[in-house]
Design a protein. Sequence first.
Lengths: 219, 219
Amino acid sequence: MDISPITIPDVVVRRLPIYARSLAYLAEEGIESVSSQELGERIGVTAAQIRKDLSYFGEFGKQGIGYNVEYLLGHIRRILGLTDSWPVALVGAGQLGQAIARYEGFSTRGINIVGVFDNDPDKVGMDLGRLIVQSYAEMAKLIDNQHIRLAIVAVPASQAQQVVDQLVEHGVRGILNYAPIVVQVPDGVWVRHIDPVALLHSMTYYLAREEARSHVDQQ
Amino acid sequence: MDISPITIPDVVVRRLPIYARSLAYLAEEGIESVSSQELGERIGVTAAQIRKDLSYFGEFGKQGIGYNVEYLLGHIRRILGLTDSWPVALVGAGQLGQAIARYEGFSTRGINIVGVFDNDPDKVGMDLGRLIVQSYAEMAKLIDNQHIRLAIVAVPASQAQQVVDQLVEHGVRGILNYAPIVVQVPDGVWVRHIDPVALLHSMTYYLAREEARSHVDQQ
């Protein structure tokens, strides 16, 4: 039996958390209803896009009244499976891994980092506040015992594929990869990449063009 | 005068840094030529996509021989404006800002963080190895004097818009925003967002569906 007969485009799935984030801010501000126009302005998409995205999941909002913030937020959270918090394994306890382990913005948004792991004996045992760095052997045990399905990979590029293979072998199905390399995974495993340098480079493209143009204009 | 009469889709511009990153690894490994097929497998896109993306910028590669790695890498770097390194201002010296300041992967890929700034008097003066945290007043001076066009924003969501406004006022045209909020900028300013929680949530969508399905299957 298939739960969702309509396949939702991944680009829509990727926008839903942004809607949820923005609705959560509105709720915190005590705002009870919001039009697709207002929500779109906050998020940087058109009102039509929001209406189209949400139409995959049913009927929300009323013409002229807008969306009820709490109701829509609750519904998107259910769609995203965020009614409970998700246990997450963090691999890599270098500078970046340490910052991720200490970042408070995960737990407030349903992401519960339950273990930090590193294969460097100098890092194992390190106290990161709420968590102590553990070895890879402990990682496998924790993933098995707690049925962990999500992991964050913050190891050097040269180690990323090996770490991902190990995570997948133990049943991890969603990986947030900070290593600047595209990792290979079998079907049914999701990977999202974060590469700040690549994002900066996609902007230098435009800036370099502007500067070239202004040099030409000045001639 | 317009330098590039053809408008390149932003999605293509965003893929170019990934091609460059992968080609740089190939070059390091001493590999001299690569087919669009092999490059695609490393990056997770089809060979046809690579050929189409690169066709915006001219003719590369020969049927049956593939792309010359160094030549294509050099060309993509020129397209991206990466022949020189870019000076970048980093705003925010909390846990995340400190990790960014210390991360060595920026300078090796043409991104030179030239200043770290925070408005917290307790953080100003903090030694981050190569850089000392400075005040926002110093930030404005540095951006003006060094004509900085790129910035990384790693401040709390509540401060992000104000920081971005100040950066834009001083001429910054590209912003990598780590704050979990969509910031508003005038036309001609580029923003890329990094929100690890939103990326994780876009995977919980699929995982929650899988688990619901397996529960049903077991009934």
